[in-house]
Design a binder for this molecule. Structure first.
Ligand SMILES: [Zn+2]
Length: 316
């Protein structure tokens, strides 16, 4: 028994929070509109407010998990940078949250936690290789191998949104030209609609996304690609155009082995995944007398190391 936990999906334009009970069921959902100006202080205040609201509804949360849109050091609870939100560079987020809330706080990339929730929801056996791609204000990705998250050596794997599709295209928030982010995100569809019409903008984005996913499929040879994010609200035509592009760009051997599906958890995948991570952190706190090795778990007595930015000057 860990008690209820709060899972928070920090997005580029909104924050979605869920309270999970001991059985992992969603008991409460809250959504708040935010924006690029959601800096560390604002986010901490928002999480405190969400915890207060949960307590008022009868759920005194024992841990908080966050899915964050950026490069995250999960093991140290550190946000290294974000191209989606302003004011985030080497922020010891779980330490700051813990100092205010007094409960365990754990952090991971937003698509990573969404992928973990997606794996759990789909049950056994897990896919051999799952690529998750979330298309919202920006585009994020996560890779799971044999049911485990593959974070990469630096913990920043799966950044499909910042892979280059067209080097002659516009600059991305990350400082490079022609990333998938600036060709296929929900923001891009809105920007292109006045010029191309809604259908033209959607087609442009779906084809670019298809090329981006095709590159990843050629590289990974996955058996499952899961698409999530607000852009799927456009309807089946978007997914159909992504599949059509994949059929042109991917080896038939890879394509035949790969299912391309919508997320089974919908919008709530990242918030639920963050809640699952929080429950694990809370359980670890209760069961382990020595918590020094618990990934992402903040303890007030420990001074977290400040790591150098991955790419100095290129991320905001
Ligand atoms: Zn980029």
């Amino acid at each position: 028994m860990t008690g209820p936990v709060l899972g928070v999906d920090v997005g580029g334009s909104k924050v979605l929070a869920v309270v999970l009970d001991d059985d992992g069921c969603v008991r409460l959902t809250r959504k708040r509109a935010t924006g690029r100006g959601t800096d560390p202080d604002r986010l901490v205040r928002l999480v405190v407010t969400l915890l207060d609201e949960a307590r008022g509804a009868g759920y005194a949360c024992t841990a908080v998990g966050l899915g964050f849109p950026g490069l995250v050091d999960h093991a140290h609870g550190l946000v290294r940078s974000s191209v989606m939100l302003d004011g985030w560079c080497e922020v010891a987020l779980t330490e700051e949250l813990h100092s205010v809330t007094g409960i365990p706080c754990v952090l991971d990339n937003d698509v990573n936690v969404a992928a973990l929730a997606e794996l759990e929801a789909r049950g056994s056996p897990p896919p051999s290789c799952m690529l998750m791609v979330a298309v919202g204000t920006g585009i994020g990705g996560a890779i799971c191998l044999d049911g485990e998250l593959f974070r990469g050596v630096s913990g920043v794997s799966g950044e499909i949104g910042n892979t280059t599709i067209d080097p002659s295209a516009e600059f991305c928030w990350c400082g490079r030209r022609g990333c998938l982010n600036v060709l296929a995100s929900g923001s891009v569809i809105e920007e292109l609609t006045p010029r191309l019409g809604r259908e033209g903008a959607v087609t442009h984005a779906a084809r670019a996304l298809g090329v981006g996913i095709a590159n990843a499929v050629q590289l990974l040879n996955p058996d499952l690609v899961v698409l999530g994010g607000g852009v799927l609200e456009i309807g089946d035509s978007f997914l159909a155009q992504v599949r059509e592009t994949l059929a042109h760009e991917v080896f038939p051997e890879a394509l035949a082995a790969c299912r391309v599906e919508r997320t089974v958890l919908g919008h709530a995948a990242a918030a639920i995944g963050a809640g699952r991570l929080a429950a694990q952190a809370g359980a670890g706190l209760q069961s382990s007398p020595d918590r020094s090795g618990t990934p992402g778990l903040t303890r007030p007595s420990r001074s977290l190391p400040r790591l150098p930015p991955l790419l100095p000057g290129r991320f905001t």
